[in-house]
Design a protein around this ligand. Structure first.
Ligand code: NAI
Length: 324
C-alpha cells in the first residue's frame, strides 16, 4: 500500500477548516487512491475545538485517513508534510491599518515559513488561503530559503470559480462550456477577472457580452463577491473557499490545462519577478507554468497593472516592517 501523504492544515478549528478537513480525508484533495495523514495546527486556545473536529473525522471512518494529530507546535505540525494549507490568519478588525494587519500576519506566516523550511518533506507544496493571501505567501516563502520558491502559492481559485459561475449564469450555459478563464493579480478587490481570453463554446467570452456588463457588473461582482457573502451569510465564505483550496491542490498535483493561481512571478506579462500574483496557469508534472503568449489589450493592461501595483506596495510595506 502507498505511504500516507501528510497534509497540514492551519486554522483547523476555523470555519474553512471545518469545511475542508472532511473533504481532504475523503480523498478529494489528492485523489481517491492516496491515503492521507492530517495534521491540524491551531493556536493554544483553539486546540480543544480542533481536537473536537478530529473526533468527528474519526467518526467518519474514512478509508483513506491513516491518522490525525492536533497541535499548537508549528515544527511538529509541518514535520514531514507534503502539503501545507495555510488557512489560519489574523483578520482585519475595525480601525486596523494595513501596516498593523501585515505586522500581525508577519508574526504568523514568518514563523510558519521557517517551520516549513526546517521540517517539511522535500516535495512540500504550500497554498496560502489566509488573507492577505498573496503577501502572506510571500512572507512564508521568504522564511523558507531551502524550499524551492515556486512551492509557495496563494489562492485565487475561489475568484476563478466565482467568475466561471457568473459568466455561466449570464450566458445561460453550463460552467463546463467555459474554458480559459483567468484571474490576474491580487486576491483583493483589485483583482482582474479576464474575459478577453476566456472562451465559451470556442468563442471569446468578451465578444458574447456587452461591454457595460463586463465592466460595470461582471468585474465588480466577482471582485466584491466575498463582501456580498459576508453581507448575506453574516460570515465569510467558507465552504466555497474550502472547495477552491481542494481544486487548487488537486490540479497542482494531478495536472490541468488552464486555471488561475497566484504563483511567484518570473517577470511574465510585466509582473515584477518574485511577486506572488495570480496568472493563467497550467500544471504539468506537479509544477505550475504561466501560460505564455496572450495578447493583453489596453483595457486589461490597466487593470492588471493596478492590481500588481497593490502587490508591489504590499511587498514594499512588509520589507519596511522588516517582515521579509
Ligand atoms: P476563522 O476565523 O473561522 O478561522 C481561522 C482560524 O485560524 C481560527 O480557528 C484561529 O484560531 C486560527 N489561527 C489564527 N492564528 C493561527 C496561527 N498562528 N496558527 C494556527 N491557526 C491560527 O476564519 P475562516 O473563515 O476559516 O478564514 C480563514 C482565512 O481565510 C481568513 O484570513 C480569510 O480572510 C481567508 N479567506 C481567504 C479566501 C481566499 O479566497 N483566498 C476566501 C475566504 C477566506
Amino acid at each position: 500500500a502507498q505511504t500516507p501523504v501528510k497534509v497540514t492544515v492551519t486554522g483547523a478549528a476555523g470555519q474553512i477548516g471545518y469545511a475542508l478537513l472532511f473533504r481532504i480525508a475523503s480523498g478529494q484533495l489528492l485523489g481517491a487512491d492516496v491515503p492521507v495523514k492530517l495534521s491540524l495546527l491551531e493556536i493554544p486556545q483553539a486546540v480543544k475545538a480542533a481536537a473536537g473536529t478530529a473526533m468527528e473525522l474519526d467518526d467518519c471512518a474514512f478509508p483513506l485517513l491513516s491518522g490525525i494529530e492536533v497541535t499548537d507546535d508549528a515544527n511538529k505540525a509541518f514535520d514531514g508534510a507534503s502539503v501545507a494549507l495555510l488557512v489560519g490568519a489574523r483578520p482585519r478588525t475595525a480601525g486596523m491599518e494595513r501596516g498593523d494587519l501585515l505586522q500581525a500576519n508577519g508574526g504568523i506566516f514568518g514563523p510558519q515559513g521557517k517551520a516549513i523550511n526546517d521540517n517539511a518533506a522535500d516535495d512540500i507544496r504550500v497554498l496560502v488561503v489566509g488573507n492577505p493571501a498573496n503577501t502572506n505567501a510571500l512572507i512564508a516563502q521568504q522564511h523558507a530559503p531551502d524550499v524551492p520558491a515556486e512551492r509557495f502559492t496563494a489562492m485565487t481559485r475561489l475568484d476563478h470559480n466565482r467568475a466561471l459561475s457568473q459568466l455561466a449564469a449570464k450566458l445561460q450555459v453550463p460552467v463546463t462550456e467555459i474554458k480559459k478563464m483567468t484571474i490576474w493579480g491580487n486576491h483583493s478587490a483589485t483583482q482582474y477577472p479576464d474575459l478577453f481570453h476566456a472562451e465559451v463554446g470556442g468563442k471569446i467570452a468578451a465578444e458574447q457580452v456587452d461591454e457595460a456588463w463586463l465592466r460595470d457588473t461582471f468585474i465588480p461582482t466577482v471582485a466584491k463577491r466575498g463582501a456580498a457573502i459576508i453581507e448575506a451569510r453574516g460570515a465569510s465564505s467558507a465552504a466555497s473557499a474550502a472547495n477552491a483550496a481542494i481544486d487548487h491542490v488537486f490540479d497542482w498535483v494531478n495536472g490541468t490545462e488552464w486555471t488561475s493561481a497566484a504563483i511567484p512571478s518570473d517577470g511574465s506579462y510585466g509582473v515584477p519577478e518574485g511577486i506572488i500574483s495570480s496568472f493563467p496557469v497550467a500544471s504539468r508534472d506537479g509544477k505550475w507554468e504561466i501560460i505564455q503568449g496572450l495578447e493583453i489589450d489596453a483595457f486589461s493592461r490597466e487593470r492588471i497593472d493596478a492590481s500588481v501595483r497593490e502587490l508591489e506596495e504590499e511587498r514594499t510595506a512588509v520589507r519596511e516592517l522588516g517582515l521579509i
